[in-house]
Design a protein around this ligand. Structure first.
Ligand SMILES: [Zn+2]
Length: 237
């Protein structure tokens, strides 16, 4: 038991008693941590304002037997530009929900943390149609679910690739097809995202192809997590 410092992004908070919250944070060095933040539900709590979901914070934490206690929180970035835009906020909340599912307690995953911070910075500075889907594709790859895109995941054929199913490993030829249809243009765009062309892909304007890549990314990440993402479907109804 002791005191530690970490940087992290607040994923979600839940109420605890009259005035406290339990805050889940993905950190650079300790994976996902859960800490009690005392007194944060009082109005005008600046400490509480720094510990809202999405906030990028520098923390001083007391290690506890079951739950840690957040002693100090300094804001690194509040991502105001995201908070002030409903679409950007919806994307950010979906990314936080996915990271909350993937991040493990006491298991450092600096790459995951860094990917999230980079994606949120990009979202704040310059949102792009492929920003969230690119984050999902990269995350799947980080999770060991990198899709095969150059050949059929079942038979190895490189011709007539018409379908995609991450649970089978990636793209599928006409004979092996299952999952969802995919166009050659969408395959090429996912390849750019995953094979070194991300910066260029983020310059792609919205089009039917970016929409296709977006839908496939969302479907694949839900398939990988074996659950539907609440925040992804908030605007459906
Ligand atoms: Zn095949």
């Amino acid at each position: 038991m002791g005191l530690y410092r970490e940087q992290g992004v607040v994923l979600r908070t839940i109420k605890l008693g009259e005035s406290d919250r339990i805050v889940s944070i993905v950190t650079a060095g300790r994976g996902k941590i859960r800490g009690v933040a005392k007194g944060v539900r009082k109005t005008k709590s600046r400490f509480g304002a720094r510990l809202e979901p999405l906030s990028h914070v520098s923390l001083l934490v007391y290690e506890g037997r079951d739950l840690d206690t957040i002693s100090q929180a300094e804001s690194i970035d509040h991502f105001r530009a995201i908070r002030e835009d409903l679409d950007r906020m919806a994307s950010a909340m979906t990314m936080l929900e996915v990271v909350d599912q993937v991040a493990q307690p006491d298991e450092a995953n600096p790459r995951l943390y860094q990917m999230l911070v980079s994606a949120l910075r990009a979202l704040a500075e310059r949102p792009a149609p492929l920003l969230m889907p690119a984050f999902f594709w990269k995350l799947l790859s980080l999770e060991g679910a990198h899709p095969l895109l150059a050949e059929c995941a079942v038979c190895g054929s490189t011709a007539d690739l018409v379908a995609f199913d991450l649970s089978l490993g990636g793209v599928l030829c006409r004979d092996c097809r299952s999952g969802r249809p995919i166009t050659p243009e969408a395959i090429a765009l996912v390849r750019r995202v995953l094979e070194g062309g991300l910066a260029g892909a983020l310059n792609e304007p919205a089009s039917p192809v970016t929409a296709e890549v977006d839908a496939l990314a969302a479907w694949s990440i839900e398939q990988h997590l074996e659950r539907r993402l609440r925040s992804l479907h908030v605007l459906d109804h």
